[in-house]
Design a binder for this molecule. Structure first.
Ligand SMILES: Nc1nc2c(ncn2[C@@H]2O[C@H](COP(=O)(O)OP(=O)(O)OP(=O)(O)O)[C@@H](O)[C@H]2O)c(=O)[nH]1
Length: 254
């Protein structure tokens, strides 16, 4: 059974769901019978995604943003990975609430010198994962700085999730779980959890809960065309960052 310390706090709404990265295939009924080489060549196309969502991961240098993303998308962990330069992204398709969602995850550099580049990616994000390292006090102290970035550049309705990473390093812990919880409680609609990219603990939960919260806000029964014209885009992923948004008048952080 999962230790309750690791469960993501609930704040009402949002039924659960299970994700997977596999492809769904269309129905075979009605297809003419195929044999041998012919059947191998004439594979059905995967069902297209119902939605495309963008999620961004932010936080100070070395907290494990890339590691969380790669654990989720590829189930890999790198003990000594290179620092991210600018922005990187990965795609994973998940299924939740009988919808197929193409999740585009933007992994941003934690170094401040890249802020002018990374800030351009905030606006398109429907979900934001803010990460700190439970063994490094300064990464927790930096959180108000990241909240200012969110207030300035992100969409006001973006879902927020605070993650204390490196839970496997309990012996070196500097930030208590209560401190993380307290910080999240001060921010409107922010979830909180602790995780370990190394031990693959709570990683799927982070992204799936965020997607579930995002879906919870969307009118899922609208026809696809209407959705793509409003909140979601079914176009190919942008190669360049979206335009910078206007500054937001109200700070989320108290
Ligand atoms: N013990 C432990 N180490 C981790 C964990 N997650 C990441 N690391 C390590 O922390 C270091 C930094 O991880 P990254 O994923 O590159 O961190 P980042 O936040 O993307 O760093 P920047 O790109 O510089 O902003 C690497 O050596 C990882 O192996 C974790 O859950 N536990």
């Amino acid at each position: 059974m999962m230790d309750s310390r690791y469960e993501i706090q609930q704040r009402g709404g949002g039924g659960g769901g299970s994700g997977n990265s596999g492809q769904s295939w269309g129905s075979l009924s009605g297809s003419p019978a195929l044999t041998g080489r012919q059947s191998r060549r004439r594979k059905l196309q995967p069902r297209p995604a119902d939605f495309k969502l963008q999620v961004i991961i932010i936080g100070s240098r070395g907290v494990g943003k890339t590691s969380l993303m790669e654990r989720f998308t590829d189930d890999t962990f790198c003990e000594a990975c290179k620092s991210t330069v600018g922005v990187d992204f990965k795609i994973k398709t998940v299924e939740l609430r009988e919808k197929k969602i193409r999740l585009q995850i933007w992994d941003t550099a934690g170094q401040e010198r890249f802020n002018s580049i990374t800030s351009a990616y905030y606006r398109g994000a429907k979900g934001i994962v803010i990460v700190y390292d439970i063994t490094k006090q300064e990464t927790f102290d930096d959180l108000p700085k990241w909240m200012k970035m969110i207030d300035k550049y992100a969409s006001e309705d973006a879902e927020l999730l605070l993650v204390g990473n490196k839970l496997d390093c309990e012996a070196d812990r500097k930030i208590t779980r209560q401190q993380g919880e307290k910080f999240a409680q001060r921010i409107s609609c922010m979830r909180f959890c602790e995780a370990s990219a190394k031990d693959n603990y709570n990683v799927d939960e982070i992204f799936l809960k965020l997607v579930d919260d995002i879906l919870n806000k969307l009118p899922l029964e609208l026809p696809r065309k209407e959705l793509s014209n409003s909140i979601l885009s079914l176009q190919p992923e942008p190669e360049i960052p979206p335009e910078l948004p206007p500054a937001r008048p109200n700070l989320r952080c108290c």
